[in-house]
Design a protein around this ligand. Sequence first.
Ligand SMILES: NC(=O)c1ccc[n+]([C@@H]2O[C@H](COP(=O)([O-])OP(=O)(O)OC[C@H]3O[C@@H](n4cnc5c(N)ncnc54)[C@H](OP(=O)(O)O)[C@@H]3O)[C@@H](O)[C@H]2O)c1
Length: 298
Amino acid sequence: MGATGTTGTALLHSLRALEVPVRALTRTPHRPLPGAAGPHDRHVEVRYADAGDPDSLRTAFSGADQLFLAMANSPAQVELETRVIDIAAHSGIGHIVKLSAPAAEPGSPVAISRGHHAVEEHLHASGLTGTVLRPYAFMQNLLRLAPTVAQGFVLGAMRDAPCNYIDCRDIGDVAAAVLTRRHLAGGTYTLTGPEAVSHPGLAARLTELTGRRIQYIDLAPDELRDNLIHQAGLPGWLADHVVEIQQLAIARPEFPTSTVTDILGRPPRTLDAFLNEHRTHFRAPNPADTQVSCQPTP
Ligand SMILES: NC(=O)c1ccc[n+]([C@@H]2O[C@H](COP(=O)([O-])OP(=O)(O)OC[C@H]3O[C@@H](n4cnc5c(N)ncnc54)[C@H](OP(=O)(O)O)[C@@H]3O)[C@@H](O)[C@H]2O)c1
């Protein structure tokens, strides 16, 4: 599930390379999958599935034996994911790999992580083999900073707290490994990149990358929330989430784990490599960008 999403796209790429048969589930099966063109697409069957439509799940799960469960964040996420697990358990699926998040625990200060905890518990109580992936922030999220980077700044509310960015392609490789190497099934894996980088450190790297001075502007949590809602147009629950994970990074400084290396036998992709690969994305401002970009709170 989530085959059209950031992680699902990466996982499909990894599974294509392994040439294992896979069913890619989406609510829009008529649209081409991101990155679908390739020599191994004969192994990928695209099917309709909507977590809000139980019949579609039963049909989509029929004959499958494992499920990768990634779901967009939303206020309905826990309800949708628990329904998916229940229907999977009645459809003959024996192993679910759930995409979760750090600090998935009952008292987590991050509401979405509390939701992930509830889903993890539901999975473990389901009788299925449950594997949990808890990646830190995706490097791919950084692409959304382009409009403010083009204007010379990065906004945040995490002071100089280090952040464990991970490239989603490493999450895809790990997910493919746990789906194809039986001894890895059933674990809970915290996934990070090779280094933790602060927002001031990120701004310094963007400065070097672009050849323009990129400044990190540290806001108070409420200021960041207001900015995300009124300038970036995020819904309140998502602005709250961004602020909560940044406050969590301050309260619990992030440190890299060796999990990706242990599972894949190679180190995770680096932030510098990711930024270099996407150098043109962080281009100089043009008039079209400035109409939709975020503004720092005065
Ligand atoms: N971003 C981060 O830094 C980060 C870090 C740690 C954990 N996470 C977790 O990662 C998860 C999101 O993963 P992602 O970023 O790879 O996903 P994403 O890019 O946001 O894609 C979301 C996927 O969810 C599917 N989806 C949404 N509603 C659905 C429904 N009702 N039924 C079936 N499918 C539905 C979409 O499929 P269609 O639209 O094609 O149907 C889409 O493929 C979240 O749970 C988040 O908490 C994210």
